[in-house]
Design a protein around this ligand. Structure first.
Ligand SMILES: Nc1ccn([C@@H]2O[C@H](COP(=O)(O)OP(=O)(O)OP(=O)(O)O)[C@@H](O)[C@H]2O)c(=O)n1
Ligand SMILES: C[C@](O)(CO)[C@H](O)COP(=O)(O)O
Length: 234
């Protein structure tokens, strides 16, 4: 690979327990579309010609991952943390000997099996080389209500987007942004840490198929998208 050409790496945080799924084990290993949920995201990165290598962050004692990852193109990092942010931060630290400061890292939830090569390319081309970074997101199309402390109100949906993943940033910037975070529990996506530096990543329109499988009812929706061949639904 030309040493001056940009390099793109995938980092998949997969050290969660899936509490909201309330399954018998971590949701990233639930069978969806005939294979473990996280294998869909791994395969999307493997099939993408743009991604140089994929790293998966799991808990140190994860007993399943070795039976899920393919024999090439993927490296397991057994450094998962107590929060998603800490898992990402630990994974990035483990890559210090390997990645260059200006390499791009695409951080993608293992719980989003609907990612495909087209969305990966759309994010990379939509973000471009000169942006701070970028993330897939969906504009809000429903009326938004906020119910808090017994009060109910309507929130203007103007300019509101729902963040998806991958979220892509240069390796050094993302490491610095996450290092500056004081309360990991308050940073639920990678872009938040970068925004806290006063920077504005690009929003690139994603797709509903790229939903985060969080609740039991999400499994059927994900399976529907994975099963469809209708172009308008892809
Ligand atoms: N300590 C954690 C928590 C989450 N994740 C990962 O971050 C992604 C998005 O998190 P989420 O959907 O919240 O997964 P869980 O934390 O497993 O779900 P829950 O909050 O319901 O327990 C998932 O791929 C999950 O495996 C992680 O790597 N390390
Ligand atoms: C990163 C993310 O998927 C963007 O929407 C989301 O913030 C993850 O939240 P979770 O509570 O860790 O699932």
């Amino acid at each position: 690979m030309n040493s001056l050409a940009p390099r793109y790496f995938a980092l998949i945080p997969a050290a969660g327990v899936g509490a909201r799924m309330a399954a018998s084990g971590p949701k990233q290993y639930l069978k969806i579309g005939g294979k473990p949920m996280m294998r869909h995201a791994i395969d999307a990165f493997l099939f993408s010609e743009l991604i140089a290598h994929t790293y998966v962050v799991v808990s140190a004692d994860d007993p399943v991952i070795d039976s899920v990852v393919p024999s090439h193109g993927v490296t397991v990092l057994r450094c998962g943390g107590a929060t998603r942010m800490e898992s990402v931060r630990n994974g990035l630290a483990a890559l210090a000997p390997t990645l260059r400061e200006n390499d791009w890292v695409l951080v993608h939830d293992a719980a989003r099996p609907g990612l495909d090569e087209a969305l990966i390319e759309k994010l990379i081309t939509g973000t471009g080389e000169h942006a701070v970074g970028g993330l897939l997101a969906l504009p809000v199309v429903d009326t938004v209500k906020r119910s808090l402390g017994g009060e109910l109100g309507t929130v203007s949906r103007e300019g509101l987007w729902l963040a998806q993943t991958p979220q892509m940033f240069r390796y050094r910037l993302l490491r610095d942004a996450l290092a500056a975070v004081r309360d990991p529990s308050q940073v639920t996506d990678d872009a938040s840490a970068v925004e806290a530096l006063g920077l504005a990543p690009k929003l690139v329109e994603g797709h509903p198929r790229n939903l985060k499988v969080t609740l039991p009812q999400d499994v059927r929706i994900a399976e529907m998208y994975l099963a469809t061949t209708q172009p308008e639904l892809l």
